[in-house]
Design a protein around this ligand. Structure first.
Ligand code: URA
Length: 428
């Protein structure tokens, strides 16, 4: 049945509920180019302002899934598990997590994205490994999965093309920050990807999309419901993004840190979250006789899976990672306890150093970023390094340092106003 775009826009503008047939038609007609960008922009803004109920969000998600292919891993002999993070600063968890879960007994078919703005992207990080390739055909993806147990690659153009078009439009029309639109965008891709189970890492805090726990909880509940309704066993953790994760922010710097974790070391918060998410994934996937993730980190089997995964995608796990040409140290202005370190400001500084991109087509610098020498709760001494900034051109430091203005506080030890690493767990 055909509809009129204007009728659908005005219905949502006037706080009406869209029918399943209206949603199916508008997503399909927009993907085919029959509904114009300006009409879809108006509808997206009406949705951002007036929301959608659970049935509308489920229909919107299903319509986006139907716009493209749905992948199928049923030929594999073990369960599949995936993790999706809503994005943050220093969030390199996928890198150690995917091979770790593979080493413990599940297959991990993970379609990842690139960074935009202050948040990093898994594909940009992995591309700092010489030779590593993000674009794989579906057959190649299956081949890497069979060889390594885990594959991390870019989504092909056939997967949820409606979301691809809608996301680009939302990016330039101020309509990204809508819980129904974020939830349906993420879950349409994850359901189309064909994973049997999914663990969502919903970040909360200054460096995340969701700045407060109430919004993060609502986003998590919405996504868990969408996954469960579609037959994907889904659980969400709400995790802290009021400070950066780990000590490295920037593409090659984060790969280096991930390799340290796989070698049995690495910062405590990264290790704790990686192990926690691995346990959640193995439980959600119902892997019979799953190995213990801490053991797999200790005995080197997770590292072996990483090396197989990188090699199977053309990368050289032994190659030296790129380093930025220039560096500058930021010294602590006083002695005391580092009481806060703002994730957003650190993310913006790393972005300005060249680690991120302003437009989708921009290149990123592999070596640029920030090495932190202290995290909130640590004692710092006046004049000692607090962080090191890395860039390919010295001209980038001034704007990065400006972004760090007010990014940290040094004071007396306090009851710390920081979020716990894992704030909450949401199930269906
Ligand atoms: N990531 C997505 O894939 N979609 C959104 O809308 C936000 C984050």
């Amino acid at each position: 049945m055909g509809f009129d775009a204007i009728e659908i826009i005005t219905a949502k503008r006037d706080r009406g509920e869209l029918s399943t047939a209206q949603i199916d038609w508008v997503i399909d007609a927009y993907t085919r180019g029959e509904v114009a960008d300006e009409q879809m922009s108006a509808l997206l803004m009406a949705i951002l302002l007036n929301g959608m109920d659970r049935r509308e969000i489920a229909d919107w998600t299903q319509a986006m899934i139907r716009s493209g292919e749905r992948m199928d891993w049923s030929s594999l002999d073990r369960p599949t598990a995936d993790k999706h993070s809503t994005g943050g600063v220093g969030d390199k968890i996928t890198l150690p997590l995917a091979p770790l879960v593979a080493a413990c007994g599940a297959y991990v078919p993970q379609l990842s994205g690139r960074g935009l703005g202050h948040t990093g992207g898994t594909l940009d990080k992995l591309e700092s490994i010489p030779g590593w390739r993000a674009s794989l055909s579906n057959d190649e993806m299956l081949g890497v999965l069979r060889a390594a147990g885990a594959v991390v690659c870019a989504a092909g153009s056939g997967l949820a093309p409606a979301d691809r078009k809608l996301y680009a439009l939302r990016d330039v029309t101020g309509t990204v920050e809508s819980i129904p639109l974020i939830a349906s965008s993420i879950m349409s891709k994850k359901i189309a990807e064909g994973t049997g189970s999914l663990v969502l890492d919903v970040k909360v805090g200054s460096g995340a999309f969701m700045k407060n726990v109430a919004d993060a909880r609502e986003l998590a509940r919405t996504m868990v419901a969408l996954g469960s309704d579609a037959g994907v066993r889904t659980v969400a953790l709400l995790t802290a993004m009021d400070r950066p994760l780990g000590l490295a922010v920037g593409n090659a710097l984060e790969v280096q840190e991930a390799v340290e974790v796989l070698a049995g070391g690495g910062p405590q918060d990264i290790v704790e979250l990686t192990v926690r998410l691995a346990r959640e994934m193995l439980e959600a996937a119902e892997v019979a006789g799953a190995r213990d993730p801490e053991e797999a980190l200790k005995d080197g089997s997770a590292m072996d899976a990483w090396r197989r995964m990188i090699t199977a995608q053309g990368g050289d796990p032994d190659a030296a990672l790129p380093k930025a040409a220039e560096s500058v140290e930021v010294a602590a202005p006083a002695s005391g306890v580092l009481t806060s370190l703002d994730a957003l400001k650190v993310g913006i500084a790393a972005w300005r150093l060249g680690a991120g991109r302003a437009r989708k087509e921009d290149p990123v610098s592999a070596g640029a970023g920030i090495t932190l020498h202290a995290k909130p709760g640590d004692v710092v001494r006046e004049g000692r390094p607090l962080m090191t900034l890395h860039a390919d051109e010295a001209g980038r430091f001034e704007r990065a340092l400006a972004a760090l203005d007010g990014a940290y506080e040094i004071g007396e030890p306090s009851g710390d106003g920081l979020l716990p690493l894992v704030v909450d767990r949401i199930t269906a």
